[in-house]
Design a protein around this ligand. Structure first.
Ligand code: BDR
Ligand code: CA
Length: 310
């Protein structure tokens, strides 16, 4: 199994990712750290605890972390995920409470105590992770890899060029890229491709399994809106794809590429991915600190990930 810490801002598709991670036999979820992003920190924590109840995983520790980005002001994403963060899905409150420590301390403890190097899967703005790596840089030794949903090698969603998670806290993303840990970027280029057909989602939503009904209802919330049209079903599995990438990497086309996070001007929050050449000394030499080598997912066998998710 792959020992994993999830960093989330649950969030409809973070919820799908948590359900997938708990259910998959190759993934061992050591703990979940929460950060403000798709919803306020309080909602993110509550949503995460409730989803773990649905997943039948009451023992996975959950901790609250940063309630706002390092430098940017706090912003709401309720236009995408609803006020509560889970769209129109309402889960009953459970008995559970979060761990009595900050998310950074929970991550530190889990990484320190793990007998095997831990994979950190960041599905949210990377504020918690940046604080962790700044405060405890030596932890990098027991981190196998950072897999993050975020960024784009093409267009953005929060702005024309920036993806939401990186745009929400660009300084945090830049700090994490700079930490010297092998990094995998599951960006919009692949994120926007993997979806579940509407009839399958409906079958889940109206089926007998309680787990399936929640998955179906969450998928039904995966809609795209534009100013002039009604909400249209997309069925995107979103963040869950970053976990599919852990267990079925061969479904992806990836390249090792120089990446940097833009911090100023309109491009703030953009991940600039230099696809002109292969990574070589020529391209990186003299630009240390600005460009980092990242394994970037550029394409995906989308039906294969959708089947894996289901
Ligand atoms: C990312 O932002 C959130 O809306 C999703 O949960 C995902 O992590 C996509 O830009
Ligand atoms: Ca997310």
């Amino acid at each position: 199994t792959i020992p994993v810490i999830l960093d989330v801002d649950t969030g409809v598709d973070d919820a799908l990712a948590i359900l997938f991670a708990v259910a998959h036999p190759d993934i061992e979820v050591l703990g979940i750290s929460c950060v403000a992003g798709n919803a306020s920190l309080e909602r993110v924590v509550e949503n995460t605890l409730r989803i773990l109840d649905v997943a039948g995983a009451p023992d996975i520790p959950v901790a609250a972390g940063a309630r706002r980005p390092l430098i940017s002001p706090a912003r709401s994403a309720s236009h995408v995920h609803g006020e509560g963060g889970l769209g129109t899905v309402h889960l009953p409150p459970g008995e559970r409470t979060p761990a009595p420590v900050n998310a950074v301390e929970l991550m530190r403890r889990l990484i320190t105590e793990s007998p095997r190097p831990v994979t950190v899967v960041a599905l949210a703005p990377q504020t918690n992770l940046a604080l962790l790596l700044r405060q405890y840089p030596d932890l990098a030794e027991n981190i196998e890899r950072i897999v993050f949903m975020g960024g784009s090698a093409s267009v953005g969603n929060a702005t024309a060029v920036a993806e939401f998670n990186v745009w929400h806290d660009p300084e945090a993303a830049a700090i994490v890229l700079d930490a010297g840990i092998p990094t995998f970027m599951y960006g919009l280029d692949v994120f926007n491709q993997v979806s579940v057909d509407r009839d399958l989602a409906t079958a889940l939503e109206t089926g007998d399994s309680g787990y399936g009904r929640v998955v179906g209802a969450l998928l039904a919330n995966r809609v795209a809106r534009s100013e002039n049209s009604a909400a249209e079903y997309t069925g995107l599995i979103g963040d869950a794809g970053a976990l599919c990438a852990l267990v079925d990497p061969d479904a992806l086309t990836t390249r090792l590429l120089p990446v940097r996070v833009e911090l100023t001007g309109y491009g703030r929050g953009q991940t600039i991915v230099d696809q002109r050449r292969r990574v070589g000394e020529d391209i990186l030499h003299g630009t240390a600190g600005a460009w980092e080598v990242v394994e970037v997912a550029l394409d995906v066998d989308a039906p294969r990930f959708a089947r894996l998710f289901l």
